[in-house]
Ligand binder design. Structure first.
Ligand code: MLT
Ligand code: MN
Ligand code: ZN
Length: 305
């Protein structure tokens, strides 16, 4: 299986258009050692030709234009993206669907509550019907024992994994989540049995998450914030990361400490917020992550398992 990191930043990207924090102004001015990043999305493929998009970020146009893997060889129009899966209904994971309108219809796999959000509070599904039939919804469940396959992208099986996190700020489920608001994905390569575990938004671990991590070949895990109070300390918000559905990278309840419990060939942080000091490659926070055997995702990175 090939795993392509289309966007490794959290909502807002890096640098964020209205942000002048140390990281954002540093990367803009070239005064820190850091790489710009687009918003959260990956794609996976068993054969390198037929790809499944996982989450559709507002930066998808740029991401596709930067990724030859997604360009068809002998077609005047078309894409190697054959279907999309949504892990939640967050703005940074869904607004890219609007950009894909020229290429609709598209098969979109998501849970019933994500479909509900995207039909009511943020009505992408009904709206996009007006473009060549729009988004064709395929219902996925929340039981990690029931995997699904995608006809146009054979060789992979996808298992939804319930995650503890929040629903989007606009959603009626915001602080009142139900199963299906947030799933991680276990993506199995049918030929080898090896799998990726993808969880870009997770606030705390659970026995289920640990069982997923224990046998994963590659884990892409929430790296949004370095510290739980990072947004408050920097004066950018009133909420803790944990109130927004994200565990910190640092600390005993952080993602690095969690990953340290497991032997995983590729441990990678993803969905990194622009305030996170790990983005600065000369920082002690960056070095701490690397010293723990954990990688920090960059756009365009490809992983083969
Ligand atoms: C999140 O990951 O918490 C959201 O993308 C935040 C947002 O939509 O602003
Ligand atoms: Mn996000
Ligand atoms: Zn910033």
């Amino acid at each position: 299986m090939r795993i392509l990191i289309l966007g490794s930043a959290a909502g807002g990207g890096f640098p964020q258009w209205n942000c002048h924090c140390e990281n954002c102004s540093g990367v803009r001015n070239g005064t820190i050692n850091a790489q710009a990043r687009t918003q959260s999305s990956i794609a996976v493929s068993a054969d390198g030709n037929n790809w499944v998009l996982i989450n559709a970020s507002p930066d998808i146009r740029q991401q596709i234009n930067q990724s030859p893997q997604l360009w068809p060889l002998n077609q005047q129009r078309g894409s190697n993206i054959k279907a999309a899966i949504l892990t939640d209904s967050q703005v940074d994971h869904t607004t890219g669907l609007l950009t894909l309108r020229e290429g609709l219809p598209l098969d979109v796999y998501c849970t019933n509550v994500v479909h509900e959000d995207l039909t009511t509070a943020f009505p992408l599904f009904p709206m996009l019907q007006h473009w060549h039939g729009g988004l064709k919804h395929h219902l996925i469940g929340t039981d990690h024992q029931h995997g699904f396959t995608i006809q146009q992208a054979t060789g992979l099986t996808f298992f939804p994994v319930h995650l503890e996190s929040n629903a989007p700020p606009y959603s009626p489920y915001r602080d009142d989540v139900v199963p299906g608001n947030n799933i991680g994905l276990k993506v199995v390569d049918n030929a080898s049995g090896k799998y990726l575990f993808y969880a870009p938004g997770i606030v705390e671990s659970t026995p289920l998450v640990e069982s997923m991590l224990s046998k994963a070949e590659c884990a892409l895990i929430d790296g949004t914030l370095w510290l739980d109070d990072e947004m408050i300390k920097n004066g950018f918000g009133h909420k803790l990361g944990s109130q927004m559905g994200h565990m910190p990278v640092n600390g005993e309840n952080g993602s690095v400490a969690l990953l340290n419990h497991f032997e995983i060939r590729r441990k990678i942080l993803i969905h990194i917020n622009n305030t996170n000091p790990i983005l600065n490659e000369d920082s002690s926070a960056h070095q701490f992550v690397i010293d723990n055997g954990v990688e920090i995702a960059t756009d365009g990175m490809e992983i083969t398992i």
